[in-house]
Design a protein around this ligand. Sequence first.
Ligand SMILES: [Zn+2]
Length: 175
Amino acid sequence: MIIANEPIDASKLAKATEIIEQLQTELYEHITNGAGPFLAAVYDKNGKLIAKAANSVINETCSHNHAEMNTIKAAEKALNTYDLSAYDLSLYVTAEPCMMCLGAIMWSGIKAVYYSVPSKRVEEITGFDEGFKPDWLTEFKKRGITVYGHIAQEQGEKVLQDYVNGGRTVYQPQR
Ligand SMILES: [Zn+2]
């Protein structure tokens, strides 16, 4: 079931569903090329793609390189600014942002987040650690950031399950 931190807007949800389903389809190709199983994109309010990137923790040997981090970095570079807030941008992502990416989203000036698979299911399916997260939908609302979640969740879970079934790496720091 869709969750959101505002009354659900059918047109925003329809647009987000279309974009996220496209990301889920494209994600298979990224995984084949060595990416982790997450893909994100930033669009402006007119529907123009600003940046898109997959998780590259393994293939670029950097623990920070989650799809959201890579995409925000690429959007800031494309627009030549460290503050995206004037651009009214939305981030679309194939899974709920982890604790690191929540911080990155806040500091970037992104205005809306649309995600597919909730962290609990990501952890259950893959074993990735998503970190501890307080009530971030409420915290984001206080900061003027719209959030919609669980969009096209079934297909999103299938991509993650296929990643695991393919014997691909689930990376974790040793504890
Ligand atoms: Zn993350």
